[in-house]
Structures are given as C-alpha cells and as structure tokens.
Design a protein around this ligand. Structure first.
Ligand SMILES: [Zn+2]
Ligand SMILES: [Zn+2]
Length: 170
C-alpha cells in the first residue's frame, strides 16, 4: 500500500503552479510516534497542501491530534486536542537554510508530522486555567470541596525552631 505521507515530488516539480492535497488520518505508528501523551486509539489528522513554486515545494496546512493526560494541579484526567499550523519548504538543491531536501524525487512528510506532534503535546496540562489543585495540607480537591486549611502556614518544623529560638536568651 502506498504511504499517504510520501509525496511524489517529480509530478509537482514538472508543473510549477500545481497543487496537491495530502489529507488523511494516520495511525501514530505510521509516523513512528509512540507517546503516552497521545489519546489511546486516536489517529493523527493531516491536512496539507503541497504547492509547486519556482523555488521548490511549499507544504502548508495543519496537523492535529488528541491528547490525554493528568492535570498537573489536581490530577484529574485531561483530554484535549493539539492543532498545529505548519509551513515548510522542500528543495531539490537546498539553497534556503530553512528548507528540507527532496530525496529520490520524493517528499517524506513523516518526520514533519512526528516532530510537529511531539512539539505540541503538552507535558503538564491543566484541566482548566483556574484549577485550584489539591490542598497541600489535607489533599482534598479544592475544585470540588473547599477546605479550611491554612495553606500559607509555615512548615511545622520551622515553627518548632522558632519556638526554640524564642527561648534563647538575647
Ligand atoms: Zn485540575
Ligand atoms: Zn485542606
């Protein structure tokens, strides 16, 4: 089976001005992605347009995927979606310092898809921007149950030291 993320560049380069759509959803394995931040059993959506220009082939569009993680403050499950815009230039003879090479008349989009997803996946997501997290004293989820702990209290070990210090003669 032909890989939808390997584009025949020859066809495009022969006809400057021509366009080719690459629209597919692929299993993460196909682009070498094995990352437990990706939502289980979900695919990576690729919607790219390849444009043949005099300078090379421009690949432009979006790459999106669903992620699954734990809120870094309250540990609740967090599901979301990354949606990255990309624009890259591919050249037969690389003259642009930011361009990628076209090898064997083909553009392999797998590294672009993999790197883009890896960059966008959140390491420490939040369930919401104003998540109040777990109480560091009693461990209650402060989003669900307000507690009356004084979280600005100093570490009890320090108050013991303070008490000792007060007993010392000046
Ligand atoms: Zn949270
Ligand atoms: Zn508490």
């Amino acid at each position: 089976m032909k890989n939808p993320l390997v584009v025949n560049a020859l066809e495009l380069l022969r006809r400057p001005g021509s366009l080719k759509d690459v629209v597919c959803d692929v299993e993460p394995d196909l682009v070498g992605l094995q990352d437990d931040r990706l939502a289980p059993h979900s695919n990576v959506d690729v919607e790219l347009v390849c444009s043949s220009l005099s300078t090379g082939i421009v690949i432009e569009g979006s790459i999106s995927a669903r992620f699954h993680g734990e809120c870094r403050r309250c540990l609740a499950p967090v599901d979301g979606r990354i949606d990255a815009r990309v624009r890259e230039l591919y050249q037969e003879t690389v003259t642009d310092p930011d361009a990628f090479p076209i090898e064997n008349d083909q553009i392999d989009l797998r590294p672009l898809v993999r790197e883009t997803v890896l960059l966008e996946l959140p390491d420490a997501p939040l369930c919401s921007a104003d998540c109040r997290g777990l109480c560091p004293v009693c461990g209650l989820d402060r989003n669900a149950t307000p507690c009356s702990c004084r979280t600005d209290a100093r570490d009890p070990r320090w108050s013991a030291l303070d008490a000792l210090r007060e007993q010392l003669p000046e």
